[in-house]
Design a protein around this ligand. Sequence first.
Ligand code: ZN
Length: 197
Amino acid sequence: MVAYCSAKALVTSSQAWLSSMHYILVKRIKAFCCSVSVNFLGISMTFDLRTALPTILPKAITWAEAHCLSISQVGQPLKETLLAVARSVGVLYPDRIRIAEVPSLPLPEDAELREAALATGLLGPDMIGLTLGYGIYVCHGHDNIRLLSHEFRHVHQYEQAGSIASFLPAYLQQIVSVGYANAPFEIDARAYERNHA
Ligand SMILES: [Zn+2]
């Protein structure tokens, strides 16, 4: 998963009705280790992601597995150059990888899961790549070697974990503990980014 941003303004579902009433929102996010505060109109709302994780996790796994299946049906296999890149970052079975180009990353329909994904920055508007097992979503115009090598390293991480259901608990635990940027799986993926095939 890749984002080239730090703090992002968020609008939560609970704020949406206020927006529709033409309130002027001051959107600001302060991300802490395990909670996210959104301030608007002087009101602070905090989501405790660590507390929410046990209920979010099963839904996240179901969502990820469904999208992995979808990508396997519509995504494209890698050409030889990208197969080599995937191998070079540790992927055991690069021929299983499928890439689906999308206008934007899909958001979960489930409100709680969507809110958590946005609050952590995992599926925010600046996200341009998302790896779910052997399935990779890439936003249009971003299928460059740097992004793909990063996502291929996540494929390697899924392979090491054994499955989506095994990888996501550890990955999301890192996100809620130390934040997206400092999550060891993200640090590892960034370390394997390459600029050339
Ligand atoms: Zn990533």
